[in-house]
Design a protein around this ligand. Structure first.
Ligand code: 3PY
Ligand code: MG
Length: 246
Protein backbone atom coordinates (compact mmCIF):
# COMPACT_ATOMS: atom_id res chain seq x y z
CA UNK A 1 0.00 0.00 0.00
CA UNK A 2 1.47 3.34 -0.96
CA UNK A 3 1.60 6.30 1.39
CA UNK A 4 -1.95 7.70 1.49
CA UNK A 5 -0.68 11.26 1.84
CA UNK A 6 1.80 10.89 -1.01
CA UNK A 7 5.44 11.84 -0.70
CA UNK A 8 7.72 14.43 -2.18
CA UNK A 9 10.39 11.84 -2.93
CA UNK A 10 12.86 12.02 -5.77
CA UNK A 11 12.25 8.54 -7.19
CA UNK A 12 9.54 9.25 -9.75
CA UNK A 13 8.54 7.41 -12.94
CA UNK A 14 10.69 8.04 -16.04
CA UNK A 15 13.52 9.71 -14.17
CA UNK A 16 17.29 9.34 -14.26
CA UNK A 17 19.57 9.61 -11.30
CA UNK A 18 23.24 9.74 -10.48
CA UNK A 19 24.78 7.73 -7.67
CA UNK A 20 27.41 9.59 -5.61
CA UNK A 21 30.16 7.60 -3.91
CA UNK A 22 33.11 10.00 -3.74
CA UNK A 23 31.82 11.88 -0.72
CA UNK A 24 32.82 15.23 -2.18
CA UNK A 25 30.57 18.27 -1.78
CA UNK A 26 31.84 20.14 -4.86
CA UNK A 27 31.13 17.11 -7.04
CA UNK A 28 27.63 16.84 -5.60
CA UNK A 29 27.08 20.55 -6.27
CA UNK A 30 28.11 20.16 -9.92
CA UNK A 31 25.79 17.18 -10.34
CA UNK A 32 22.92 19.11 -8.71
CA UNK A 33 23.26 21.64 -11.54
CA UNK A 34 23.34 18.91 -14.22
CA UNK A 35 20.40 17.42 -16.10
CA UNK A 36 20.10 14.38 -13.83
CA UNK A 37 16.72 14.31 -12.13
CA UNK A 38 18.03 13.09 -8.79
CA UNK A 39 21.10 12.44 -6.70
CA UNK A 40 21.83 9.63 -4.28
CA UNK A 41 24.46 9.98 -1.56
CA UNK A 42 25.68 6.44 -0.93
CA UNK A 43 26.42 5.92 2.76
CA UNK A 44 26.51 2.12 2.42
CA UNK A 45 29.43 1.64 0.03
CA UNK A 46 30.41 5.22 -0.76
CA UNK A 47 32.74 7.53 1.13
CA UNK A 48 29.93 9.32 2.95
CA UNK A 49 30.66 9.39 6.62
CA UNK A 50 28.49 11.50 8.90
CA UNK A 51 30.52 14.67 8.25
CA UNK A 52 30.39 14.29 4.45
CA UNK A 53 26.63 13.65 4.62
CA UNK A 54 26.14 16.81 6.68
CA UNK A 55 28.20 18.92 4.25
CA UNK A 56 26.43 17.57 1.15
CA UNK A 57 23.02 17.78 2.80
CA UNK A 58 23.56 21.38 3.88
CA UNK A 59 24.64 22.36 0.38
CA UNK A 60 21.77 20.57 -1.35
CA UNK A 61 19.08 21.84 1.01
CA UNK A 62 20.34 25.44 0.72
CA UNK A 63 19.94 25.08 -3.06
CA UNK A 64 16.51 23.49 -2.58
CA UNK A 65 17.72 20.45 -4.49
CA UNK A 66 15.94 17.31 -3.35
CA UNK A 67 18.08 14.22 -2.91
CA UNK A 68 18.17 10.65 -1.59
CA UNK A 69 20.50 8.90 0.83
CA UNK A 70 21.23 5.21 0.72
CA UNK A 71 21.87 4.27 4.32
CA UNK A 72 24.23 1.51 5.43
CA UNK A 73 21.62 -0.98 6.59
CA UNK A 74 18.18 -1.31 8.16
CA UNK A 75 18.96 0.95 11.08
CA UNK A 76 16.68 3.48 12.75
CA UNK A 77 19.51 5.86 13.63
CA UNK A 78 20.93 5.92 10.10
CA UNK A 79 17.50 6.29 8.48
CA UNK A 80 16.54 9.13 10.84
CA UNK A 81 19.84 10.89 10.29
CA UNK A 82 19.53 10.73 6.47
CA UNK A 83 16.22 12.56 6.88
CA UNK A 84 17.69 14.96 9.45
CA UNK A 85 20.14 16.24 6.80
CA UNK A 86 17.27 16.96 4.43
CA UNK A 87 16.94 13.88 2.23
CA UNK A 88 13.43 13.46 0.88
CA UNK A 89 14.02 9.82 -0.03
CA UNK A 90 15.73 7.12 1.96
CA UNK A 91 16.96 3.98 0.18
CA UNK A 92 17.39 1.07 2.60
CA UNK A 93 19.66 -1.78 1.46
CA UNK A 94 19.22 -5.51 2.07
CA UNK A 95 15.57 -5.47 3.05
CA UNK A 96 14.99 -9.22 3.10
CA UNK A 97 11.74 -9.57 5.02
CA UNK A 98 8.47 -7.75 5.70
CA UNK A 99 9.81 -7.10 9.19
CA UNK A 100 12.89 -5.33 7.74
CA UNK A 101 10.50 -3.25 5.62
CA UNK A 102 8.30 -2.40 8.61
CA UNK A 103 11.31 -1.33 10.67
CA UNK A 104 12.47 0.89 7.77
CA UNK A 105 9.09 2.61 7.53
CA UNK A 106 8.81 3.11 11.31
CA UNK A 107 12.29 4.68 11.40
CA UNK A 108 11.39 7.14 8.65
CA UNK A 109 8.25 8.60 10.24
CA UNK A 110 7.66 10.65 13.34
CA UNK A 111 5.06 9.44 15.83
CA UNK A 112 2.28 8.54 15.76
CA UNK A 113 3.03 6.82 12.46
CA UNK A 114 6.58 5.78 13.34
CA UNK A 115 9.34 6.07 15.88
CA UNK A 116 11.67 8.65 14.32
CA UNK A 117 13.38 10.91 16.81
CA UNK A 118 13.02 14.68 16.31
CA UNK A 119 16.07 15.99 14.47
CA UNK A 120 15.75 19.57 13.22
CA UNK A 121 19.18 19.90 11.55
CA UNK A 122 17.85 21.59 8.43
CA UNK A 123 16.02 24.16 10.57
CA UNK A 124 19.30 24.81 12.39
CA UNK A 125 20.82 25.65 9.00
CA UNK A 126 18.14 28.28 8.40
CA UNK A 127 15.96 26.05 6.27
CA UNK A 128 12.23 25.57 6.75
CA UNK A 129 11.28 24.31 10.20
CA UNK A 130 9.64 21.13 9.01
CA UNK A 131 6.72 20.32 11.22
CA UNK A 132 7.04 16.80 12.57
CA UNK A 133 3.57 15.92 11.38
CA UNK A 134 4.24 17.13 7.86
CA UNK A 135 7.41 15.22 7.07
CA UNK A 136 6.51 12.59 4.48
CA UNK A 137 9.70 10.93 3.31
CA UNK A 138 9.73 8.45 0.46
CA UNK A 139 10.86 5.02 1.64
CA UNK A 140 12.54 2.80 -0.96
CA UNK A 141 13.54 -0.70 0.10
CA UNK A 142 16.22 -2.58 -1.77
CA UNK A 143 15.41 -6.03 -3.09
CA UNK A 144 18.80 -7.62 -3.58
CA UNK A 145 18.85 -11.17 -2.27
CA UNK A 146 17.23 -14.53 -2.89
CA UNK A 147 15.48 -14.18 0.46
CA UNK A 148 14.09 -10.75 -0.43
CA UNK A 149 12.90 -12.15 -3.74
CA UNK A 150 11.00 -14.96 -2.05
CA UNK A 151 9.38 -12.43 0.33
CA UNK A 152 8.86 -9.68 -2.24
CA UNK A 153 5.04 -9.83 -2.22
CA UNK A 154 4.90 -9.39 1.55
CA UNK A 155 7.57 -6.67 1.51
CA UNK A 156 5.74 -4.69 -1.19
CA UNK A 157 2.49 -4.76 0.75
CA UNK A 158 3.95 -3.31 3.96
CA UNK A 159 2.14 -0.01 4.52
CA UNK A 160 4.51 2.91 3.96
CA UNK A 161 6.86 1.12 1.56
CA UNK A 162 6.74 3.49 -1.40
CA UNK A 163 9.08 1.75 -3.80
CA UNK A 164 11.01 -1.46 -4.47
CA UNK A 165 14.58 -0.61 -5.50
CA UNK A 166 16.49 -3.40 -7.21
CA UNK A 167 20.19 -3.87 -6.48
CA UNK A 168 21.09 -6.07 -9.45
CA UNK A 169 24.70 -6.66 -8.42
CA UNK A 170 23.87 -8.12 -5.01
CA UNK A 171 20.80 -9.91 -6.38
CA UNK A 172 22.91 -11.67 -9.02
CA UNK A 173 25.51 -12.59 -6.38
CA UNK A 174 22.87 -13.97 -4.05
CA UNK A 175 21.16 -15.96 -6.81
CA UNK A 176 24.52 -17.23 -8.05
CA UNK A 177 23.94 -16.07 -11.62
CA UNK A 178 25.97 -13.70 -13.82
CA UNK A 179 24.66 -10.13 -13.77
CA UNK A 180 23.96 -10.15 -17.51
CA UNK A 181 21.88 -13.32 -17.21
CA UNK A 182 19.75 -11.69 -14.51
CA UNK A 183 19.24 -8.58 -16.66
CA UNK A 184 18.54 -10.54 -19.86
CA UNK A 185 15.90 -12.76 -18.25
CA UNK A 186 12.58 -11.18 -19.22
CA UNK A 187 10.48 -13.58 -17.13
CA UNK A 188 12.78 -14.01 -14.17
CA UNK A 189 13.41 -12.18 -10.88
CA UNK A 190 13.08 -8.68 -12.35
CA UNK A 191 9.59 -9.36 -13.61
CA UNK A 192 8.67 -11.00 -10.26
CA UNK A 193 9.73 -7.79 -8.49
CA UNK A 194 7.89 -5.54 -10.90
CA UNK A 195 4.72 -7.59 -10.63
CA UNK A 196 4.87 -7.50 -6.81
CA UNK A 197 5.16 -3.70 -6.93
CA UNK A 198 2.31 -3.43 -9.44
CA UNK A 199 0.09 -5.64 -7.29
CA UNK A 200 0.79 -3.45 -4.25
CA UNK A 201 0.31 -0.23 -6.21
CA UNK A 202 3.84 1.03 -5.53
CA UNK A 203 6.76 2.03 -7.75
CA UNK A 204 9.96 0.34 -8.85
CA UNK A 205 13.46 1.64 -9.42
CA UNK A 206 16.86 0.09 -9.97
CA UNK A 207 20.56 0.73 -9.95
CA UNK A 208 21.96 0.49 -13.48
CA UNK A 209 25.31 2.31 -13.27
CA UNK A 210 25.71 2.54 -17.06
CA UNK A 211 23.39 3.70 -19.86
CA UNK A 212 23.72 0.24 -21.46
CA UNK A 213 22.36 -1.53 -18.40
CA UNK A 214 19.76 1.23 -17.99
CA UNK A 215 18.41 0.44 -21.46
CA UNK A 216 18.08 -3.27 -20.61
CA UNK A 217 16.37 -2.44 -17.32
CA UNK A 218 13.99 -0.11 -19.15
CA UNK A 219 13.01 -3.04 -21.37
CA UNK A 220 12.23 -4.96 -18.18
CA UNK A 221 9.80 -2.24 -17.06
CA UNK A 222 12.12 -0.18 -14.84
CA UNK A 223 12.22 3.45 -15.86
CA UNK A 224 13.36 5.09 -12.62
CA UNK A 225 17.06 4.34 -12.86
CA UNK A 226 20.40 5.32 -11.41
CA UNK A 227 22.13 5.62 -14.76
CA UNK A 228 25.63 6.69 -13.76
CA UNK A 229 27.92 7.22 -10.81
CA UNK A 230 29.89 10.33 -9.93
CA UNK A 231 33.06 8.46 -10.90
CA UNK A 232 31.67 7.34 -14.27
CA UNK A 233 30.50 10.89 -15.00
CA UNK A 234 34.04 12.20 -14.50
CA UNK A 235 35.57 9.45 -16.64
CA UNK A 236 33.04 9.86 -19.46
CA UNK A 237 33.31 13.66 -19.27
CA UNK A 238 37.10 13.55 -19.50
CA UNK A 239 37.00 11.28 -22.55
CA UNK A 240 34.30 13.27 -24.35
CA UNK A 241 36.09 16.59 -23.78
CA UNK A 242 39.27 15.20 -25.30
CA UNK A 243 37.31 13.73 -28.21
CA UNK A 244 35.93 17.22 -28.88
CA UNK A 245 39.46 18.43 -29.33
CA UNK A 246 40.24 15.87 -32.06
C1 3PY B 1 23.46 -3.52 -6.04
O1 3PY B 1 23.37 -3.62 -7.26
O2 3PY B 1 23.54 -4.47 -5.26
C2 3PY B 1 23.46 -2.19 -5.45
O3 3PY B 1 23.33 -2.08 -4.25
C3 3PY B 1 23.66 -1.03 -6.33
O4 3PY B 1 24.38 -0.04 -5.71
MG1 MG C 1 23.64 -3.79 -3.17
Amino acid sequence: ESDPGGTAGVLTPSSSGVWCSIGDTVMVGALARSAFDWIVLDAQHGEYDRRALIDAGRMLTSGSHPFAVRVGRVDAQQIGFALDIGASTVIVPQVDTADDARRSVLAAHYPPRGTRSWGPLTAMWGGPAVDAGDAAPQVAVMIESERALSNVGEIASVSGVDLLFVGPFDLALSLGVPLDDLLDDARGPLSTIREAADAAGIGVAAFAGTPERARVLRDRGFDCLAVATDVSVIAAGADSLLEELQ
